[in-house]
Design a protein around this ligand. Structure first.
Ligand SMILES: C[S@@+](CC[C@H](N)C(=O)[O-])C[C@H]1O[C@@H](n2cnc3c(N)ncnc32)[C@H](O)[C@@H]1O
Length: 326
């Protein structure tokens, strides 16, 4: 049995349904909804969870989204919303959103209009997302964006247009996620980015960031050995499975939304006791999820062996090698 290590962050999936059809999406996009969100939040509160991200699918597509958001904000110190923003591009929904003390709204934005909508497969989605961002910034709500880097949006021109848009909107924070082929995105192999293109995109992001004053961070762990020395400061480790977890619509506790390895269910004994009983969590704490070839590497402390969801997508096991070519 592992020690009771505090949980710092939970991503809670309110629904798998979505109003967009992003080609890369890791989720199933099935119309399934979390029916016991209040119970889950109660359990997270009693287990001392500090940060909760409401996600999906599209979380605002849950029929009780605003009530759940209100409840979450009353019970968890820091609540964030991860959204495509489309539903908040209408005034009524936007006003309900900002009536809650949300710490940050993270909007998915994948390029200029034509590129964004090619990926989301819904025309008109870009304008609504941008409208929601403008209104949030006007209302002084902290906003950030997430770009999923794919073969369709990773060239310099698209990155330049996207970061300039951020700058014009006054949105200074951006995360960049590597496309991981899982869920609906499993079939979208044409979206994969080669290692060389990825490195080129990083160089472009760094240069454009300096010109536009938009800060970007890499959202997933990157294997340091696959990048160049100049990118070392961009590498980070992932602590999903250790102190951050994902909870799906049925209350299952998963390592993360993309790797989806089940550790327990909050309705059995609560989050912390389920984690304490989980052999997989033990294995994470003992660092057995780190690939063998990475354990002696001089870069281990920098990247922790990269992203485990890539390993699961590639070879269906948690401790496989993370390569940018996968
Ligand atoms: C699944 S979405 C759910 C929340 C909301 N619908 C949205 O678009 O932000 C969560 C985040 O994961 C990103 N994402 C989805 N599928 C991905 C994949 N296969 N690889 C990397 N990131 C992905 C999305 O773009 C989004 O920023």
């Amino acid at each position: 049995m592992n020690a009771l290590i505090p949980v710092t962050k939970i991503e809670l999936e309110l629904t798998e349904a979505c109003n967009l059809q992003c080609k890369f999406c890791y989720n199933s996009c099935e119309p399934t909804y979390c029916e016991k969100a209040y119970d889950i939040i109660d359990r997270l509160e009693s287990d001392g969870v500090f940060e909760l991200v409401l996600t999906g699918g599209e979380p605002s597509n849950h029929p009780n989204f605003f009530n759940i958001l209100n409840y979450a904000c009353k019970h968890i110190p820091r609540v964030m919303v991860q959204s495509n923003g489309v539903n908040f591009g209408t005034m009524e929904n936007f006003e309900r959103l900002i009536s809650e003390p949300v710490a940050c709204v993270n909007f998915s934005l994948h390029g200029p209009k034509s590129v964004h909508e090619r990926l989301t497969q819904v025309s008109g989605s870009f304008d609504l997302t941008v409208q929601a961002i403008k209104w949030c910034i006007g209302a002084k709500i902290r906003v950030a964006s997430n770009l999923v880097l794919t073969a369709w949006n990773s060239d310099r021109d698209n990155l330049e247009k996207l970061m300039s848009l951020h700058s014009e909107l006054g949105m200074r924070e951006m995360t960049v996620t590597r496309f991981i082929p899982c869920g609906c995105g499993q079939e979208a192999l044409e979206l994969k980015v080669s290692r060389l293109k990825f490195i080129e995109a990083l160089d472009n992001l760094v240069n454009i960031s300096k010109k536009t004053d938009v800060q970007f961070l890499l959202a997933n762990a990157m294997p340091r050995c696959e990048l160049e020395e100049r990118h070392e400061s961009l590498c980070n480790r992932c602590s999903f499975g250790v102190d951050k977890f994902y909870i799906d619509i049925k209350g299952n506790i998963l390592t993360c939304g993309m790797s989806r390895i089940k550790l327990g269910n909050v309705f059995n004994g609560g989050l912390l006791s389920e984690l304490a009983l989980s052999e997989i969590r033990d294995s994470y704490l003992e660092r057995n999820h780190i690939p063998l070839e990475c354990r002696q590497c001089k870069y281990l402390d920098i990247c922790g062996g990269g992203c485990r969801a890539v390993s699961v997508a590639n070879c269906n096991k948690i401790d496989g090698y993370d390569s940018l070519e996968l």
